[in-house]
Write a protein that binds this ligand. Structure first.
Ligand code: ATP
Length: 280
């Protein structure tokens, strides 16, 4: 039996949220230890192992901790509690354009970012044409990066990161960017990389991509891992819950509107409820 390639143990990450005031509700219900005023757990007590070659899809509504989990695995943030063990290099298809310098040309950026990802001069020289060709940005090779459109920037960035020879791929909605033709190319590249036995960890809201690429799903809700199982079951549960949440939200909004009309609630009350009951 081989070792897990990613091991997440009791992982918790806390962030600070600026608030205008502390409500009585905060004082009564949020007296939990370890979280100071205005702080909240973006991830709480997360535990799972990933074996080499697994393809994991992370699902959940907006703001539930999916990207934070990916950032913790990529080593972009340090856990407040617990630990993340990663046994191998990571190709982070997240925050794609992060390491790129606006004033440098596309050419210089390909060199720079490949180098930042640990590629040697010789390796970059050997792969340079392939990277540029994949991005289809040959005509812009001497253009400053900041003059590219946002889609063009993503093309270049994806092309650099996607050719890294790392065993783990982290992807955060990367397949939702770029135009139709480029997206198609990215999907094919993804499929190839999976066939090579790489491990995939991806966040997506697309049922099609999740079921096409992933076999196992993780469902994040309120910073907690609420389900870990076969991707089909996890996606089904997530969609089922989203339907209920949407119905509840509409009911809540109707109630608040009525209270407002009756003059017994103001916009602040609505915000508070949003934070406490719906925002997480
Ligand atoms: N650097 C930060 N500082 C403070 N709060 C943060 C920070 N990064 C994320 N958050 C908060 O942490 C929570 C989880 O955010 P995260 O980006 O992980 O959500 P997500 O599930 O990926 O959402 P989405 O589907 O919208 O991308 C959110 O409430 C978000 O506002």
């Amino acid at each position: 039996m081989s070792e897990p390639i990613i091991s997440v143990q009791d992982l918790s990450v806390r962030f600070h949220r600026k608030r205008r005031h502390r409500s009585v509700r905060d004082l009564v219900f949020k007296g939990e230890t370890g979280v100071r005023a205005g702080e909240f757990w973006a991830l709480r007590d997360i535990n799972f192992d990933v074996m080499p070659g697994e393809a994991i899809g992370v699902v959940g509504a907006n703001g539930q901790g999916k990207s934070t989990l990916l950032r913790a695995i990529a080593g972009l943030l340090i856990p407040d509690e617990g630990r993340v063990k990663v046994n191998g290099g990571v190709a982070p298809l997240i925050e794609l354009t992060g390491g790129f310098a606006g004033d440098l040309t596309v050419r210089d950026n390909i060199w720079l970012v490949s180098g930042l990802h640990g590629m040697k001069r010789k390796e970059v020289a050997a792969k340079f044409d392939e990277i540029l060709e994949f991005s289809e940005m040959e005509d812009f090779v001497d253009t400053p990066f900041k003059h590219l459109s946002s889609g063009q920037k993503v093309r270049v960035a994806f092309s650099v990161v996607a050719q890294l020879n790392e065993p783990i791929m982290l992807a955060d909605e990367v397949l939702a960017v770029g135009d139709r033709a480029f997206r198609q190319k990215c999907l094919e590249r993804f499929a190839e990389m999976l066939e090579q036995g790489r491990t995939l960890f991806m966040v997506s809201h697309s049922e099609g991509n999740l079921t096409r690429f992933c076999t196992r799903g993780l469902y994040m809700d309120g910073g907690r891992l609420v389900q870990d199982g076969p991707i089909k079951e996890v996606v089904e549960k997530y969609f089922e819950d989203s339907g209920d949440a949407a119905r509840l939200r509409r009911k809540h909004e109707r109630k608040m509107r009525k209270f407002r009309e009756m003059g017994i609630a103001d916009d602040d009350d609505d915000d508070d409820d949003d934070d406490d009951d719906w925002g997480r």
